[in-house]
Ligand binder design. Structure first.
Ligand SMILES: Nc1ncnc2c1ncn2[C@@H]1O[C@H](COP(=O)(O)OP(=O)(O)O)[C@@H](O)[C@H]1O
Ligand SMILES: [Mg+2]
Length: 385
């Protein structure tokens, strides 16, 4: 666990971190994000004692960092910087071994450990261990940087914009790998980025910093849905939530007050209600608003006796979703050929709202098309040739 209590940092007169209170739990993938110069690197460097904490307390697993000896630190905290931060005059193996020696890793085990670490980051040890950083691509250098940080198996790994100098493909590949590696090893990763897409993709929690202050620290989902202030909203960007369907839930997009019918009604009454409501289905509920099923217009129209109970036409041929079902799950599971309404219920099956295929389509299209403002709707859609 890493705990900041009222931590302040300054360069000469210039205050850079202002009363930071923050607890990072064991095993968390914790992402720090904010614009350039907001204090992210300063915060990271205070954790591995590259910068001394000037005011307040910073503890690692309950011990103030000021009491942790510098030579004990590599066993506790690994560090990955942009472009790997490798020493250019040392080979891949020497780069990794150097950190291990500082951490007093048993000498006779270093060779085998380097082999294991290179394999872990998908570099062939035989091919790469004796190469120099300049012989490697940016992505490969970064892999060595990760191997080096994990070499002595520290429980905490700090990563300062590790992938920002890489091309998009390599970057995405390394993001996937570090995510998998973190889940597999259960390490605490404190990862700095200025890229919101990267943060959303990786983080268990995102911490947004603005001029040395923490403005919001929460799960990606909560930050996307409830940005704390205008800075966060701007940072997230307008359509970000809509391009992450895993974070949109039925309750966020459902329409309210579906047309309902009670058991006691007749077919004629139900038909009348449909006509008035302009709908082709009614949701049947009991006295406590529990969903019983759907009544479809097409089936009622076959009945000649209008006084027959509508309950006889109750259909269980429909799919209901729960309020917290994600858009992704809804899209994956609904039957696009089947008819219209998708009731939304809570855990007790109480009816809360409904979705239709057109409301789903409208929601999905928002991730491709910026939202239109009032009065912008005119125009002709043409096929392009
Ligand atoms: N060694 C330094 N001396 C003076 N000012 C510095 C020094 N390092 C960083 N700063 C200033 O502190 C602020 C925060 O820097 P930093 O933590 O590196 O930000 P970030 O990593 O978020 O871009 C910036 O305004 C930066 O210019
Ligand atoms: Mg920085």
């Amino acid at each position: 666990m890493v705990e900041f209590q009222q931590v302040c940092m300054a360069y000469k007169e210039k205050e850079v971190l202002n009363n930071v209170d923050l607890t990072i739990q064991d095993g968390e993938f914790f992402v720090l994000i904010g614009s350039s110069g907001c204090g992210k690197t300063t915060l990271l460097k205070s954790i591995n004692k590259l910068l001394p904490v000037q005011q307040g307390t910073l503890k690692i697993n309950g011990t103030p960092v000021s009491q942790i000896k510098v030579n004990q630190l590599p066993n506790l905290v690994g560090y990955v910087v942009q472009a790997g931060g490798l020493f250019p005059h040392l080979t891949v193996e020497e780069n990794i071994a150097l950190v291990m020696k500082v951490a007093q890793y048993p000498k006779e085990q270093i060779h085998d450990r380097v082999t294991a670490m290179l394999k872990m980051v998908n570099l062939d040890p035989a091919l790469y261990r004796n190469q120099y950083p300049s012989q490697l691509s940016g992505g490969q250098q970064q892999r060595v940087g990760v191997a080096r940080a994990f070499a002595v198996d520290p429980p905490i790994v700090l990563m300062d914009e590790p992938f920002s100098a890489l091309d998009p493909m390599t970057r995405s590949e390394l993001q996937n790998e570090i995510h998998a590696l973190q889940k597999k090893t259960g390490k605490t990763i404190i990862f700095v980025t200025h890229d919101m897409d990267e943060a959303i993709k990786l983080a268990d929690r995102i911490c947004i910093i603005q001029s040395g202050h923490i403005v919001q620290c929460d799960t990606p989902e909560n930050i996307l849905k409830h940005p704390a202030n205008q800075y966060v909203s701007t940072f997230i960007g307008e359509n970000r939530l809509w391009s992450n369907p895993g974070y949109i839930r039925a309750a966020d997009i459902m329409r309210l007050r579906p047309k309902t019918v009670n058991r006691g009604r007749t077919v004629l009454q139900a038909l009348q209600m449909m006509r008035q409501g302009g709908v082709d289905s009614l949701l049947m509920v009991d006295e406590k608003e529990h969903l019983l099923g759907v009544v479809w217009l097409t089936e009622l129209m076959e009945e000649r006796d209008g006084s027959a109970p509508v309950e006889d036409y109750l259909s269980d041929d429909y799919v209901a979703v729960e309020e917290d079902t994600t858009l992704q799950e809804i899209i994956a599971n609904i039957d696009y050929d089947a008819a219209g309404i998708i009731p939304v219920v809570d855990r007790q099956r109480i009816l809360r709202g409904f979705l239709t295929k057109s409301s789903l389509l409208a929601t999905m299209s928002r991730q491709f098309v910026p939202e239109q403002r009032e009065g912008e709707r005119s125009g002709v859609i043409c096929a392009t040739h």
